[in-house]
Design a protein around this ligand. Structure first.
Ligand SMILES: NC(=O)c1ccc[n+]([C@@H]2O[C@H](COP(=O)([O-])OP(=O)(O)OC[C@H]3O[C@@H](n4cnc5c(N)ncnc54)[C@H](OP(=O)(O)O)[C@@H]3O)[C@@H](O)[C@H]2O)c1
Length: 294
């Protein structure tokens, strides 16, 4: 299958390299600057063409990837559609995590038969850096979501398999929730560990030492979530219904790190929800803890 890339940055170039290695054929590259398109072409051993317009990138290909920044994808697509640039049977994809395939609707609307153009999104749960020759594949073994029209999901799954990654499908209208989940799991984890490291720094430990002593605890907790599920993995004073300890935490944080006081209480409130589901603490303990967190 032939593919074209519009937007030759980190994701587009990495995608081009590993799809080419997997036997897909680069039709060519278009980017805001010719220099980026040339760089991507060089990364695939000068295969494919350099296009002068986005429309040209759609003309001689089976798959089109629009790997421009999120806030430009819809306009790039509708601009091509307004010039009748999409040919029958093309599959058009973007790789945004937060946005769904619906932002590519203009491609389908430009097709008189409406059904011959596949639109989809494939989102690699990976953080890409600029491609460097000799690097390991950033796609190998990762998880990639696929959603879109039936045809797009079929092609998307083939692409993911070719990249040696694992695919899973999502309903189109769940894309934003899925992305929020990824942000909570990754970015908010950083926020929470930053909070813990700050507390230990207040206790006179260096940042490096703080992480060193926390690391086995963090990894052990992740392992417990994996083996027992997120409800059963909970341990600690809230899970035991120990309101005296929790009250002392709140006082200590209020005194030494008041800026984190609200965060501790909000997280405590949701931790109490989990502890309540386990039915191991009494209603009296729940009510005492609840008062502390409100
Ligand atoms: N980076 C990641 O870790 C990651 C992970 C998963 C998904 N994604 C998704 O991948 C997509 C691309 O992100 P990225 O991080 O690869 O961005 P990036 O490195 O900034 O690359 C975007 C490229 O798009 C080009 N571009 C911008 N506007 C354009 C336009 N109107 N027409 C043609 N080309 C245009 C830029 O071209 P020039 O270089 O020519 O100026 C740039 O090279 C986004 O949807 C993002 O959500 C990224």
């Amino acid at each position: 299958m032939k593919f074209s890339i519009i937007g030759c940055g980190r994701t587009g170039t990495n995608l081009a390299v590993y799809l080419t290695k997997a036997g897909f054929v680069p039709a060519g590259f278009f980017s805001k600057t010719r220099a980026s398109a040339l760089k991507a072409q060089k990364a695939v051993n000068n295969a494919g063409l350099i296009f002068d317009t986005a429309v040209q990138a759609c003309q001689n290909t089976d798959i089109l990837f629009i790997t421009t920044p999120d806030d430009t994808i819809e306009n790039v697509c509708s601009d091509i559609a307004s010039k009748n640039g999409f040919k029958n049977n093309i599959s058009v994809f973007h790789l945004s995590g937060a946005l769904s395939s619906e932002i590519l609707a203009s491609a389908q609307q430009s097709d008189p038969k409406q059904s011959d153009i596949n639109i989809g999104s494939i989102h690699p749960l990976q953080s890409f850096t600029p491609y460097e020759k000799g690097q390991a594949s950033p796609f190998s073994g990762i998880n990639i979501s696929v959603e879109g029209t039936e045809g797009a999901v079929r092609v998307g799954e083939k692409i993911v398999t070719a990249l040696n990654a694992n695919s899973f499908t999502l309903p189109t209208n769940a894309k934003m929730l899925y992305h929020a989940a990824a942000v909570v799991a990754s970015n908010c984890l950083v926020t929470i560990e930053n909070f813990a490291i700050n507390l230990l720094q207040k206790a006179d430990l260096s940042e490096e030492k703080a992480y060193e002593i926390l690391e086995p605890l963090i990894m052990g907790t992740l392992n417990n979530i994996k083996n027992k599920g997120s409800v059963n993995a909970l341990t600690g004073p809230v899970a035991r219904g120990d309101s005296d300890i929790v009250s002392s935490h709140i006082n200590a944080i209020k005194k030494d790190m008041p800026e984190f006081s609200l965060l501790y209480k909000i997280m405590g409130k949701y931790t109490l929800e989990i502890a309540t589901q386990r039915k191991e603490i009494s209603s009296d303990q729940i009510s005492k803890l609840s008062k502390l967190f409100n």
